[in-house]
Ligand binder design. Structure first.
Ligand SMILES: *Cc1c(COP(=O)(O)O)cnc(C)c1O
Length: 361
């Protein structure tokens, strides 16, 4: 089966085999070495200096990392401004509400870009806001939000910036230093091509709370993970096998040329799908130049419902992805992540052509 959903991804054989390495106790030195290697490699993906930045590993999905970032790094007296144009911005707001973090939101229609002048006006008009939270790649629609511009604004107006980079880390440009990012959250099983079960937060060391600040959560207390992982330990039982697979996936990525090579590869894959779909009259949901290389959303072809398209393509060995919430009846999504080949995507286009053709007239 070829997975064209935005994670978990089709695994490479070396990553799959990495799951079968020797059993390991997480209190032994072999685990510390494995954990150190992953933390070092995660920072190296975007060339971050370990003196200034910490990659903190968690056992949990991407949402666990996002929740750990917001609940652990927001100061008790801080106020957070969310930039929402999809499901994942909305989810961050729900996290703040659950943890009793003071917040407000700039909501946008889901097909719209983030309104930078509204952001500037809001920050200028409300000095109480200490931090902004944004989604880099809003997987709901495939939009790559203008993080460099958002970051520049936050920097100029002296606000911290938290970013959900769950579906962009490893495949899109991400300049945490230059863009003034305080922390970002991501996961093993999207653009990094690992196995689901490990996620992480990359945080400026000076953005970690002081030890006397009481945590809002036990399991997701990032400061505690950061302290213990710096000493080679970790607070709770990690998913050891998934760590093995992530280390292998990161080695593979470096051998393949890092995030830039991955971005180029995804862009080629996306161009192939896009050209094929355009010829079939299937239209993109947002302008292609606004979309990431990681995922594109398309309008369902005339007269074909998502379940029909999904089921027919699955018979051909392809798993596509539905639209979320209000977009479910009109949209489908294709992701380029994972160990897939161009010929797989050519096969997808042919299979879609078969479905569209068979329902014509
Ligand atoms: C996939 C995704 C998440 C979280 O996913 P999990 O299912 O918790 O791993 C968060 N944000 C974005 C932008 C995503 O694409």
């Amino acid at each position: 089966m070829i997975l064209l959903n935005p994670g978990p991804v089709t695994l490479s054989e070396p990553v799959r085999r990495a799951l079968l390495q020797p059993d390991l106790c997480h209190r032994e030195s072999e685990f510390s070495e494995l954990q150190d290697e992953i933390r070092r490699r995660l920072l190296a993906v975007y060339g971050l200096a370990p003196e200034c930045w910490s990659a903190v590993l968690l056992t949990g999905s991407g949402t666990a990392a996002v929740e750990a970032m917001l609940s652990s790094l927001m100061p008790p007296d801080g106020e957070l401004l969310f930039l929402e144009n999809g499901v994942y911005g909305e989810r961050m707001r729900q996290i703040a509400a659950v943890h009793g973090i003071a917040h407000q939101s700039l909501t946008h229609p889901w097909q719209a870009p983030i309104d930078l002048s509204r952001l500037a006006a809001t920050l200028e008009g409300r000095p109480r806001i200490t931090h902004v939270a944004a989604v880099h790649h809003e997987t709901t629609t495939g939009r790559l939000n203008a993080l460099a511009e958002i970051g520049a604004l936050c920097k100029r107006l002296g606000r911290g910036l938290f970013v959900d980079t769950v579906s962009s880390f490893g495949a899109e440009a991400l300049d945490l230093e230059d863009w003034g990012v305080t922390a970002c959250a991501a996961t093993a099983n999207k653009c990094l091509h690992g196995v689901p079960g490990v996620s992480f937060v990359i945080v400026r060391r000076d953005g970690l709370p002081r030890p006397d600040v009481p945590p809002r959560t036990v399991y997701l207390d990032l400061a505690r993970y950061a302290r213990q992982q710096d000493g080679g330990g970790t607070p709770f039982t990690p998913s050891v096998q998934v760590f093995y697979a992530l280390a292998e996936a990161l080695r593979e990525m470096e051998d393949d040329g890092g995030w830039r090579a991955r971005r180029t590869l995804y862009a080629e894959r996306m161009a192939l799908v896009h050209t094929g779909f355009t010829a079939l009259g299937i239209a993109p949901f947002i302008p292609v130049e606004d979309a990431s290389v990681v995922l594109h959303a398309y309008y369902l072809p005339n007269g074909i419902g998502y379940p029909q398209l999904h089921d027919r393509l699955k018979q051909h060995g392809f798993v596509i992805y539905a639209g979320q919430a209000d977009l479910a009846p009109i949209m489908f999504r294709i992701s380029t992540m994972g160990a897939i080949a161009s010929r797989d995507l050519e096969g997808l286009v042919r299979a879609v052509e078969g479905v569209v053709g068979s329902t014509d007239g």
